[in-house]
Design a protein around this ligand. Structure first.
Ligand code: FES
Length: 206
């Protein structure tokens, strides 16, 4: 290197500090193009506010809930259709037994499940509620007297339930009764009737 060609240290530094720009570096230096920001979920007011649930999700959930509720109600309705209604015990229908189990003019049969007596007469049967119409005592059948005789205040009733003595204001109440085709006596203990006096029309033909 000749004296003419001598370079200042600064020139050498400059030469080193200014490398040629390459294409990839230029690309990297270029500012990145901004991508469009994703659409923000629409805010929902109400109990889900702040949980990130969009209105569309909310509507979808509502639709599913409505459909689920509809099918649930349908299921309950179907079950109710096939579920047997109450058939025994006081308040429902009680099978008292075969009509032939009750002898004509025999002692009335006590049916505890339904709180009644089955009394059979030549024309038919009647189910008598055992509650005394006076003040509500349970009225027993008195075989020695061939009558019902209330122990509380002495009311006396015939086998038809007709009151004939004591303070009772009316006959014993009776329950709706049907005879099934197979001869079963079915008493609806949910249908109890008061009456002013006994009448044969209150009997169920047997
Ligand atoms: S309760 Fe039966 S007579 Fe009074």
């Amino acid at each position: 290197m000749s004296d003419n060609e001598e370079r200042t240290p600064e020139a050498g530094v400059e030469a080193k500090a200014a490398p040629a720009k390459t294409a990839p570096a230029a690309a990297a230096a270029a500012p990145a193009k901004a991508r469009p920001a994703p659409a923000k979920a629409q805010a929902v007011d109400g109990p889900w506010a702040g949980e990130g649930i969009s209105r569309r999700d909310l509507l979808r959930r509502g639709a599913f809930s409505t459909i689920a509720l509809f099918f649930a109600q349908l299921g309950v309705g179907a079950l109710a259709m096939f579920w047997p209604s109450k058939v025994s015990g006081f308040g429902g229908k009680v099978n008292a037994g075969k009509v032939t189990d009750f002898p004509v003019n025999g002692p009335p049969a006590k049916v505890r499940d339904g709180k009644f007596y089955i009394s059979r007469l030549p024309e038919g049967v009647i189910a008598l509620y055992w509650k005394c119409p006076h003040l509500g005592c349970t009225v027993p059948w008195a075989p020695d007297e061939d009558h019902f005789h209330c122990p509380c205040h002495g009311s006396i009733y015939e086998r038809t339930g007709q009151n004939i003595a004591g303070p009772a204001p009316r006959p014993m109440d009776y329950m709706e009764t049907t005879i099934a085709p197979n001869g079963d006596v079915i008493v609806d203990t949910g249908k109890i009737h008061q009456r002013e006096r006994y009448d044969p029309s209150q009997l169920t033909r047997a």
